[in-house]
Design a protein around this ligand. Structure first.
Ligand SMILES: C[S@@+](CC[C@H](N)C(=O)[O-])C[C@H]1O[C@@H](n2cnc3c(N)ncnc32)[C@H](O)[C@@H]1O
Length: 298
């Protein structure tokens, strides 16, 4: 497994990745069918610091609204994805530790379900009172900053309750594991998943394990998915491989022998036992502009 002191992020194990993709609500998730995760068992392979994993596990109204404070835009509660269970796996142990911390931060910054509040006369302070005369929508809106990021910065995160009557609700429904998921299973795999998410990881698996490693990955995804389960793939285009392989002599060597190209993925996945690709569109800024594709296990 990759350790924190690895100098070159040859697995795409970037630290501070989400400061490069700094969206509170990941736009890639917005391209997916609204009910894809609700009540489902989900694996997020290559979870990095757990931003996407936590979003998939959070259910309304436990959702912070941070944009209004930053942008002055009208507030909309973030989409509730509400998976029953989400397992985030990453090859880099330090990233997995950061993911556990993020889970606690997300937990800390959420308004509890009964803390309904809305600003009164321009007063942006959080509280538990409803604005007099506010619309029912505004009165129902969760607190924007019940325990804000700055509170967390000053006082540390709120403790996660040790016991819960809702193991299938956030934060207890979100777990992280450190593993090279192409080579090793994690305990949760045994029960199978309804959805496997693989955002921006295929290139790293391909460059480290060659065509064989990539095929092993795709077959493993197929194997852990339950019948009718969905594989959500954000493949990096071939023209992004060049920069990545120059990081490391071994990756460069592996790249020389690659025969599979990302354009072949839909055909290969069908051969493995998935249905046709459902191209959901593309999103992301600059070099992160990539397609999001769904494949259903036949
Ligand atoms: C470029 S980041 C993408 C992070 C996240 N999926 C996203 O798109 O927001 C790729 C992540 O995959 C992880 N990774 C690469 N190979 C892996 C493997 N074989 N098993 C588990 N994680 C892996 C890296 O450590 C890194 O955190």
């Amino acid at each position: 497994m990759s350790r924190r002191n690895d100098l070159v992020p040859i697995h795409g194990n970037y630290h501070g990745y989400y400061s490069k993709r700094p969206f509170t609500e990941d736009r890639r998730l917005g391209l997916l069918p609204k009910d894809l995760f609700a009540g489902k068992r989900v694996l997020d392979v290559g979870c990095n610091e757990g931003l996407v994993t936590c979003q998939i596990g959070v259910s309304a109204p436990h959702i912070p609204r941070v944009w209004p404070a930053l942008t002055g835009q009208p507030a909309e509660p973030a989409q509730s994805l509400a998976a029953r269970k989400v397992v985030g796996v990453d090859i880099d142990e330090a990233l997995v530790r950061a993911a556990w911390k993020r889970r606690r931060a997300v937990w800390s910054q959420q308004a509890p379900p009964d803390a309904l509040c809305a600003p009164s006369n321009g007063d942006e302070r959080a509280g538990t009172k409803r604005r007099r005369g506010a619309s029912p929508e505004a009165a129902r809106a969760p607190c924007a900053d019940y325990f804000s990021a700055s509170c967390e910065h000053m006082f540390g995160p709120l403790p996660v309750p040790a016991h819960t009557t809702r193991p299938d609700a956030f934060p207890h429904n979100v777990t992280f594991r450190a593993a090279d998921w192409v080579a090793a299973e994690v305990a949760e795999d045994a029960e199978g998943y309804d959805v496997v998410v693989a955002f921006s990881i295929s290139k790293w698996i391909h460059l480290n394990g060659g065509d064989e490693g990539l095929m092993r990955f795709f077959r493993r995804v197929h194997a852990v998915l339950r019948s009718g389960g969905v594989f959500v793939l954000e493949p990096q285009p071939w023209d992004t491989y060049g920069k990545a392989k120059r990081m490391d002599a071994r990756l460069k060597e592996t790249a020389k022998n690659l025969k599979i190209r990302p354009d072949d993925f839909p055909r290969i996945l069908q051969e493995i036992g998935f249905g046709e690709a459902d191209h959901r569109g593309e999103t992301g800024e600059g070099g992160f502009h990539r397609p999001i594709d769904l494949y259903r296990k036949r």
